[in-house]
Design a protein around this ligand. Structure first.
Ligand code: HEM
Ligand SMILES: [Fe+2]
Ligand SMILES: [Fe+2]
Length: 454
């Protein structure tokens, strides 16, 4: 009964709170008969797996509403009211349920809390307490079996499958909601949820349209039923689309993604990769030009003294995360290329041995402590045969790096292909410089950036 009522019976919730974290659950499971979700879906029992109340609430009623709309005229005032109430109830979820209660990303004064609890109730998505508990589990156990709406189980499962199919409440990860249990607005809304949802979801939108311009039925159908449908579908997109479409600028280990389309659909909740990374930030979008009306609303509430303690992550931390993700992508791309034999795999020789071998006819050139066999390259050296030969048997580091010619980065890269040995006692920093493959490792080890490329 996800949408209107609790997904797990009140009794089960109480047990969860009082029992010890692991043992208690196991003991209970051993004595009770298996939950329907533990039995495979068959032709004979599929209907028992379906949460019919939710099917009725999130699919059946909107269908009936659509049918009713075919013979209910839509007046301009009612249309404007339906859209306005869509935004109000949507903000109830995004600014209220999500950013205020589930993530405590800011604090709200009592009138604002009451407003958000009321309009959030009008979105018909369960009580604050139920919604936030599942949402905290979603963040804590993202993409795992304990995530109530894991996208790993498919797009449609994360969108609404998790509500229209019965769930085993024991499967959903545990989270601490003690702060919500102490909040009188949350507790009151949870206790009287059925009245809140009926009044704010259907009665109130009809009353406004009815009392002010006489359109009771239009208010009920458009600002009530169909508006609920759109707000619900928009919120469901945060669980589906925001875990499926877009970029991952901060972390790609899990599914959350940033996309402007999702942001438009969800009143700014579409910068979801950022959000999962910095969930206690009251913003989802951090650039001024990105669409995050929920953030603008919270900010405005702060200006009028209704919201305070707006939390943000430090710019430095955010940019660090962004850079590390970029670095990870670069490292992945770099690992697809050949960077020459790793220095630690090469034999070590003394400078005298190197000179000896070069004297005996081998086309060896030492640059930065590494010996290169340029036999096959001499004739194709862009600077000419004779000039490259003048480096054979010498420490050609200076020549190569500007003494004779200041070689391009491409020439440095090319050089790595000819590595055959390392000279004993060759300067370590110089070796690092030429070992482009270890460049990223070098950076992550925190060594100074100047010693990256020659
Ligand atoms: C050891 C392996 C060497 C490699 C892989 C190499 C590679 C290259 C490459 C790719 C270029 C084209 C321009 C550029 O990319 O910078 C070049 C140009 C040149 N190289 Fe080398 N080089 C080597 C050794 C040497 C040595 C030992 C000398 C001098 C003693 C030398 C002198 C020059 C000069 C003067 C040019 C410029 C040619 C021009 O633009 O007229 N190179 N080399
Ligand atoms: Fe998410
Ligand atoms: Fe969240």
């Amino acid at each position: 009964m996800a949408v209107v009522l609790e997904s797990q019976p009140a009794q089960a919730q109480q047990t969860q709170q009082t029992k010890p974290v692991y043992g208690g659950q196991k003991a209970a499971a051993a004595t009770t008969k298996p939950h329907i979700t533990d039995t495979p879906i068959t032709w004979g029992n599929w209907y028992k797996h379906v949460n019919w109340l939710n099917v009725y609430l999130i699919i059946g009623i909107p269908m009936a509403g659509l049918y009713a709309a075919t013979f209910t005229p839509l007046y301009t005032k009612t249309a404007i009211w339906a859209v306005a109430y869509y935004f109000a109830t949507g903000l109830g979820i995004t600014a209220g349920y999500h950013r205020l209660w589930a993530h405590t990303s800011y604090s709200a004064r009592l009138p604002l809390q009451i407003f958000l609890a009321a309009v959030g109730g009008g979105a018909v998505e369960g009580s604050i307490r139920w919604w936030s508990r599942d949402h905290r589990a979603h963040h804590r156990y993202t993409d795992t079996d304990k995530d109530p709406y894991s996208v790993k189980k498919g797009f449609w499962y994360s969108h609404l499958g998790w509500m229209i199919m019965k769930q085993n409440p024991k499967r959903i990860g545990r989270t601490d909601i003690s702060d919500l249990n102490e909040n009188p607005v949350v507790v009151w809304q949870h206790k009287h949820y059925l009245y809140v949802v009926l009044f704010m979801g259907l009665v109130f939108p009809s009353i406004i349209a009815g009392l002010f311009w006489g359109d009771w039925l239009g208010g009920f159908i458009y600002a009530g039923i169909l508006r609920i449908f759109f707000v619900q579908q928009a919120t469901f997109c945060v669980n589906s689309l925001a875990h499926w479409l877009g970029d991952q600028p901060f972390d790609d280990r899990n599914s959350p993604r940033d996309h402007v389309i999702t942001a438009f659909v969800t009143l700014g909740e579409g910068y979801h990769n950022f959000h999962h990374e910095f969930p206690s930030d009251y913003r989802n979008a951090i650039q001024w030009h990105q669409y995050d009306p929920t953030k603008w609303f919270i900010w405005t509430m702060k200006q009028i003294g209704m919201a305070y303690d707006l939390k943000t992550f430090r710019h430095n931390e955010i940019e660090k995360g962004r850079l590390q993700q970029k670095q990870k992508k670069i490292d992945q791309a770099a690992s697809q290329l050949s960077w020459g034999a790793p220095l630690e795999s090469l034999p070590v020789m003394s400078f005298e041995e190197y000179q000896e071998q070069a004297k005996n006819g081998k086309a060896l050139i030492a640059v930065a402590g590494v010996v290169h066999d340029v036999t096959d390259f001499i004739t194709s050296h862009p600077g000419g045969k004779a000039i490259i030969k003048s480096g054979i048997g010498k420490d050609a580091t200076a020549m190569f790096n500007g003494g004779v010619y200041y070689h391009s980065n491409a020439a440095h890269n090319l050089l790595t292909n000819f590595r055959v040995a390392v000279i004993r006692g060759g300067c370590e920093v110089e070796i690092w410089k030429k070992n482009a493959h270890s460049l990223t490792e070098h950076v992550t080890k925190g060594l100074p950036a100047q010693s990256q490329l020659a």
